[in-house]
Design a protein around this ligand. Structure first.
Ligand SMILES: [Zn+2]
Length: 208
């Protein structure tokens, strides 16, 4: 069915109803300010109202297809969001307002660790953090009793704590990795995290 954005109708509103969003794109019928989709509750209500024939009959078949499509898409979106996360932390994603290249090391670390872990990383004493090898291909060392090996050629990071093992699948980092990156020179650490964020599938996070 071809979809067509509904035209202005005699029953259409001139603007948003009081207390409703002022953004037209949040309505299934934007031109007439009908069927707001800004919350899960409103979207479900929109589905109910638009299932009634008296409401459907006010539109052409193609316009109905458009409104149905908009409502169903919003329903799916809300459903996705409400799904409980079964497997730990979601993979790090760049925020929508900035490009990866604009993110500072601090912002990058926050994405990979989260605020609380980053704080714990900063609290690890410098005397417990050692970089033993640093070349173009490889950076390795220890944080406390744990090892860190970053293979820049093969895009692999190996580390061996429990938190790492639990979250390495989703490309999240633990406080030890955080500390390791904090003692590394800033450019290398920043480049590394930007690279992983841009090409998550090319990197392997692993444990021995
Ligand atoms: Zn760790």
């Amino acid at each position: 069915m071809t979809k067509k954005r509904p035209a202005r109708k005699p029953f259409g509103r001139d603007g948003p109803p009081k207390g409703y969003p002022k953004d037209q794109s949040l309505y299934a019928d934007p031109e007439n300010w009908r069927y707001p989709l800004h919350t899960s509750w409103n979207t479900k209500a929109a589905r109910r109202y638009f299932d009634e024939w008296s409401n459907r009959a006010k539109y052409t078949e193609e316009e109905r297809a458009y409104i149905d499509w908009r409502i169903n898409e919003a329903l799916e979106r809300f459903e996705q969001h409400s799904k409980p996360r079964v497997t730990g932390r979601p993979p790090p994603r760049p925020p929508s307002r900035k490009t990866v290249g604009e993110l500072s090391l601090e912002e990058l670390l926050k994405l990979f660790l989260g605020g609380a872990r980053l704080k714990r990383a900063e609290e690890i004493d410098n005397s417990l953090a050692v970089i033993s090898e640093k070349s173009q291909h490889r950076i390795s060392g220890r944080i406390k009793e744990y090892q860190v090996q970053i293979d820049l050629e093969n895009h692999t990071i190996l580390h061996d704590c429990q938190d790492w093992r639990k979250n390495m699948q989703s490309k999240n980092m633990c406080k030890h990795l955080g500390k390791f990156l904090l003692i590394l020179d800033k450019n290398t650490a920043t480049d590394l995290l930007r690279n992983i964020l841009n090409n998550p599938d090319e990197w392997t996070f692993t444990a021995p």
